[in-house]
Ligand binder design. Structure first.
Ligand SMILES: CC(C)(COP(=O)(O)OP(=O)(O)OC[C@H]1O[C@@H](n2cnc3c(N)ncnc32)[C@H](O)[C@@H]1OP(=O)(O)O)[C@@H](O)C(=O)NCCC(=O)NCCS
Length: 162
């Protein structure tokens, strides 16, 4: 079942992100991985910032939240900011449900997602669902995201038009 999420859910969202993000450990460059991957304060800041207007929704199963997707309309596009499913619930179609839900809700023509260049499973997830790797990723990451230079260097952008 889908559920809209608010800052009241921030602790649970953080827990899901941090558990799922362990997939990055030993895969992405060592200097880019830290635990917790998403500190609570950072998530609170992102969710409360009026400038960023990031919203979350999630998928509940067995009466608990097991997957989350955060998105942010910015300028003429929508960004997927965080997409995480608890390890025990991965590869059961929940990520696809979250993505399809976002596609129905978004009001912009283009949907972009940035992920680590080494996260091949995530790249495959998006490529198999209509996204393509964008050749001008540095330009896009600088225009739409607010991330450190090292993350720009080590990330890719996938995009799709509706
Ligand atoms: C990426 C993620 C959000 C997808 O959610 P999900 O519920 O597992 O996705 P679905 O079950 O709908 O789709 C599964 C597809 O995703 C890809 N995938 C997900 N996990 C994978 C893994 N460990 N290895 C290889 N492919 C994987 C595959 O394309 C898979 O299709 P397949 O099972 O037919 O091979 C989830 O796996 C996750 O949280 N992963 C860890 C964190 C992460 O990479 N987040 C992405 C940030 S942009």
């Amino acid at each position: 079942m889908f559920r809209g999420l608010s800052s009241k859910d921030a602790d649970t969202i953080c827990e899901i992100i941090n558990q799922a993000a362990r997939a990055y450990q030993g895969v992405i460059p060592e200097d880019c991985y830290h635990e917790p991957y998403m500190p609570r304060e950072e998530l609170y800041r992102e969710m409360k910032s009026e400038m960023k207007s990031m919203s979350f929704f999630g998928w509940e199963e067995d009466g608990k939240l097991v997957g989350v997707m955060g998105f942010q309309p910015i300028k003429d596009v929508t960004l997927i900011r965080h997409a995480y499913v608890l390890p025990d619930y991965q590869r059961k179609g929940i990520g696809t449900k979250l993505l399809n839900h976002l596609k129905q809700m978004m009001k912009t023509k283009y949907l972009f997602v940035g992920t680590w260049a080494d996260a091949t499973w995530a790249i495959g997830f998006y490529q198999n669902r209509g996204f393509r790797l964008m050749p001008d990723k540095d330009k896009l990451l600088t225009r739409y995201w607010d991330i450190p230079g090292r993350q720009v260097e080590t990330s890719v952008v996938l995009g799709m038009g509706m």
